[in-house]
Design a protein around this ligand. Structure first.
Ligand SMILES: [Zn+2]
Length: 461
């Protein structure tokens, strides 16, 4: 009678031990190899791995190492369905063949710290009930943990993944990937997280949390992320959509998609860099959403829409400062959209140049002062009978010009109403009045923009 193990697909035991090496479980009339021997036995059966002595566990772990290093497995190293007693100590392994642990069961702590896997590693449908360490590991090929369950904050700290890493449909109670590098993609599609998720200082080419249930806290600061998606299908249940506390300080995103998520708590993007406009389509943002010091490098015409979405979302939560930032980005993108009429683009350009789309009060005031001085000089030149650097300055003309120029700002167009204006009696009145008309028009626009900006600032405050 061979080992009683059968895989989910009905495959028999891969270890082919002779019958006299199998361990009997008399109560159920079965015989098992030492690898597949299940966790629980019945009193009187010497088959309960959870009650093995330290020496028995050490011997088991040494046998596993010997199978990895030896030539028992010519191709793939197959530990499918193996039940590992605790602790499963496999530090600094060097595995140069593909290795699989499908459906394996670890009864306690698991430690693969500093291990190197040259070929594909498969841990699908594996349960990790206790402390689990994959820190400082190097995965040179695919690392696949689909549908696995990590019940005690697994550590993948400072590990390197040279090829795709897949944690789709996995369950995490806590997770720590701090300092890891993913040269290709890392996917957590439909995964479920509980508790804190640490992804700080991570470098990754593409990252997916599509339809994943996120934990209570997500720390993703100081990361360098190619593309990331947290998109949820609009049809998924409400509790899956929720984004809790999320911190993305100083993180660089080439492309970030958050579509359909509901941000239910503090969300911090302080000093983050977005190389493309982030997409928050159909999101609900939290009022404690902070984009302080963030840089948005994308000003392509097609990016006006994502900025508009963000502007409206920030308007909904009364975040005036962020609303202003996204309005100005939207306008900047619109200016590059050739489908929008030239006059509107030109007006948008002027609005941006003069007051940063309402974000600057000082700038229109400074331009107004510049206009006052510039036009004063023009009036002085017009009033001077002769212009030469060798002649002394006529202080009377200069004073009159500055006063006249100031009057065009505070009392616009009055030159066209009054017939007795001594300063222009001896010059060409039409030219003088035309220039004054231009100055008054520009001044009115500048004063209006200053007041508008001041109102914005006040409203925000
Ligand atoms: Zn077996």
């Amino acid at each position: 009678m061979p080992c009683s193990y059968k895989s989910e697909k009905g495959e028999e035991c891969q270890f082919c031990l002779p019958e006299d090496k199998l361990i009997p479980r008399r109560s159920v009339g079965e015989k098992w190899c030492t690898y597949h021997l299940p966790r629980s036995g019945t009193i009187g059966d010497a088959s309960d791995k959870s009650s093995w002595s330290e020496a028995e566990i050490d011997e088991f772990n040494i046998e596993i190492r010997a199978l990895i290093d030896g030539d028992f497995f010519s191709g793939e190293i197959d530990f499918d369905g193996v039940v590992f007693p605790s602790p499963a100590n496999f530090q600094h392994l060097i595995v140069n063949k593909p290795i699989t642990f499908r459906g394996a069961i670890f009864l306690g702590t698991v430690d693969f710290v500093g291990s190197k896997f040259d070929k594909t590693v498969i841990f699908n449908n594996v349960e990790f009930p206790s402390i689990t360490i994959f820190s400082q590991c190097e995965f040179k090929d695919h690392a696949i943990f689909i549908n696995s369950k990590f019940y005690n904050q697994p550590s993948f700290i400072n590990s390197e993944f040279h090829s795709a890493a897949q944690f789709n449909s996995a369950t995490f109670i806590g997770a720590n990937f701090t300092g890891s590098k993913f040269k290709e993609s890392c996917t957590f599609k439909q995964a479920s997280f509980t508790g804190a998720m640490f992804f700080e200082n991570v470098k990754v080419k593409s990252l997916s949390f599509e339809n994943a249930k996120l934990g209570e806290e997500l720390f993703m600061s100081y990361c360098n992320i190619g593309s990331v998606t947290f998109e949820c299908s609009a049809s998924v249940k409400d509790e899956l959509l929720e984004f809790n506390v999320a911190r993305f300080e100083n993180t660089t995103f080439d492309n970030a998609v958050f579509n359909n998520r509901v941000f239910a708590n503090t969300t911090v993007f302080t000093n983050a860099i977005f190389k493309q406009a982030p997409k928050f389509h159909n999101c609900k943002l939290h009022q404690d959403t902070d984009f302080e010091g963030s840089k948005f490098e994308d000003t392509r015409g097609i990016s006006a829409r994502p900025y508009r979405t963000l502007k409206l979302a920030m308007e909904n939560v009364r975040s005036r400062r962020e609303e202003g930032i996204f309005f100005s980005l939207e306008q900047e993108c619109m200016r590059k959209n050739k489908n929008i009429s030239r006059s509107i683009r030109w007006l948008s350009y002027l609005y941006g140049a003069i007051s940063c789309y309402g974000q600057s009060v000082i700038r229109p005031v400074l331009i107004l002062i510049g206009i006052w001085v510039t036009f004063s000089v023009m009036y002085a030149l017009l009033l001077s009978p002769r212009i030469s650097f060798f002649l002394p300055f006529d202080q009377g003309i200069i004073k009159d010009s500055f006063v006249f120029s100031f009057e065009q700002i505070v009392n616009p167009f009055y030159v066209w109403k009054s017939k007795l204006i001594s300063i222009i009696q001896n010059t060409s009145p039409i030219i003088f009045k035309s220039i004054a008309f231009i100055q008054s028009s520009i001044s009115i626009i500048l004063i209006a923009l200053t007041l508008l900006s001041a109102r914005w600032q006040f409203k925000r405050g």
